[in-house]
Design a protein around this ligand. Structure first.
Ligand SMILES: C[S@@+](CC[C@H](N)C(=O)[O-])C[C@H]1O[C@@H](n2cnc3c(N)ncnc32)[C@H](O)[C@@H]1O
Length: 407
């Protein structure tokens, strides 16, 4: 079996051939193997775990898409007022950023720790170890407002802050693969499940299998919080969106709504057209016409400026700062395909091709007709020797281009 098949089967992730082979070579170097076939044949469970660590994308930060946490606080409050505890699951939890954000939001909302239980799982043992340690650097503090750092963290080193023990103890972390959950052995259902930014790495059959597991784990009147781009996949597989703006909350089809939407505090959004210009880079075909699709942005924010600033910084070679601007933009406008496109470019410039690939995929997930992202993905696939994928992406880009020429 090839490394790619092996990793896809073990994780469910759509791991590319290049990524799989690179991971194998890295591990071969570490373990002193010289032949990949021998290495793969002698693969122990422990070594497989090391291999998996090299292909997961543990990208997360504190208070990412914060409305999901506020919607949950309201639900917990309302249930607690009726004497009911709320069981919450965060999967995947990456390095703990998501369940800790929830624990902070609950505390900020004056909710008793007794009112909830929080379980958090991730496939990666490295992530779980980091989560249990609860120490974070600047990447974790990308949210617009990081005042929570003063309240809940201790500065322990140059760029390291540790979360307070009371919050650390509130979350039960475990390593686990969602696709292998034995749902039949669960004695209780979860009232709230966070499953954000996982399905985007799965193909369609794996997405369906994952949603089946989540559905079995969620109580019939429970609430599921998805990543923005994942809402359609849930809707195609037995879920209905709840009206909590920017929380990306769903319930099971035909289930009673978990909480009244009106009770959730929401940020005011308005729609304005954005015609962001991509960073100048070599593309294999004529540049796409400017986008005209409206993108919702927060009223108080200046997202166009953030992206313009990011572009300027990237042009000057200040890639880290440019990336931070994009993330700040995404914290306000999670569905901004253009920001993901730019993050792809920034990572390409930094030589981080896997991340570039990941960001461009997110971009076309959100905006399937993003011409430049399709072209960049096609080029990358070509460079990686994946000519079938390259041809499909090029054909898709060509169709977009033709459509735009015709209008
Ligand atoms: C991009 S992070 C998302 C973290 C967090 N939910 C968020 O939205 O910020 C994706 C995580 O999924 C984990 N993962 C990948 N496949 C998984 C699986 N089959 N079961 C559980 N976790 C998985 C990876 O280890 C990684 O930490």
């Amino acid at each position: 079996m090839t490394a790619q098949t092996l990793l896809r089967r073990a994780t469910g992730l759509s791991v590319s051939k290049t990524v799989a082979e690179r991971a194998v070579h890295q591990r071969m170097e570490r373990t002193g193997h010289t032949d990949s076939e021998t290495y793969l044949q002698a693969l122990t469970p422990a070594e497989m775990t090391q291999l998996i660590e090299l292909v997961v994308v543990p990208e997360s930060w504190l208070f990412r898409d914060p409305q999901a946490f506020y919607a949950t606080v309201e639900l917990v409050r309302e249930r607690w007022a009726r004497g009911r505890r709320t069981h919450i699951l965060s999967i995947p939890c990456a390095g703990g950023e998501e369940p800790y954000s929830l624990a902070m939001a609950l505390r900020d909302g004056g909710v008793s720790a007794q009112a909830v239980s929080i379980d958090a799982y991730d496939l990666s043992p490295g992530c779980i170890e980091r989560a249990q340690a609860g120490v974070y650097g600047r990447n974790a503090f990308r949210a617009q407002d990081v005042a929570f750092r003063e309240r809940y963290f201790t500065h322990v080193a140059d760029d390291a802050y540790r979360i307070m023990d009371a919050l650390r103890q509130q979350v039960s972390f475990k390593q686990g693969n969602l696709l292998q959950f034995d749902t039949a052995s669960y004695s209780h259902h979860y009232d709230v499940i966070f499953c954000r930014n996982l399905l985007i790495y799965f193909d369609k059959p794996t997405t369906r299998a994952a949603i089946e597991k989540l559905s079995a784990l969620l109580a019939d009147d429970g609430m599921l919080l998805a990543g923005y781009a994942e809402v359609p996949a849930f809707c195609q597989n037995g879920f209905t969106p709840l009206q909590h703006r920017q929380a990306f909350a769903l319930k099971k089809d035909d289930a009673p709504a978990a909480i009244p939407a009106a009770s959730v505090p929401q940020r005011t959004l308005r729609s304005v057209p954005v015609t962001a210009r991509p960073i100048p880079v070599a593309t294999p075909a004529p540049a796409a016409p400017p986008r005209s699709r409206p993108v919702p942005v927060p009223a108080a924010a200046t997202p166009v400026d953030l992206l313009a600033e990011a572009r300027l910084l990237a042009d000057r070679g200040q890639l880290r700062e440019a990336g931070e601007k994009c993330h700040a933009h995404l914290a306000r406008t999670p569905e901004a395909a253009e920001a993901y496109f730019m993050l792809g470019i920034i990572n390409e410039l930094a030589g981080k091709m896997d991340l570039a690939d990941d960001y461009w995929r997110r971009c076309i997930y959100l905006q399937p007709d993003h011409y430049d992202a399709l072209c960049h993905l096609a080029l990358l696939a070509e460079r990686n020797g994946n000519s079938t994928a390259a041809a499909t992406l090029k054909a898709r880009a060509a169709r977009v281009y033709q459509r735009r020429q015709a209008t």
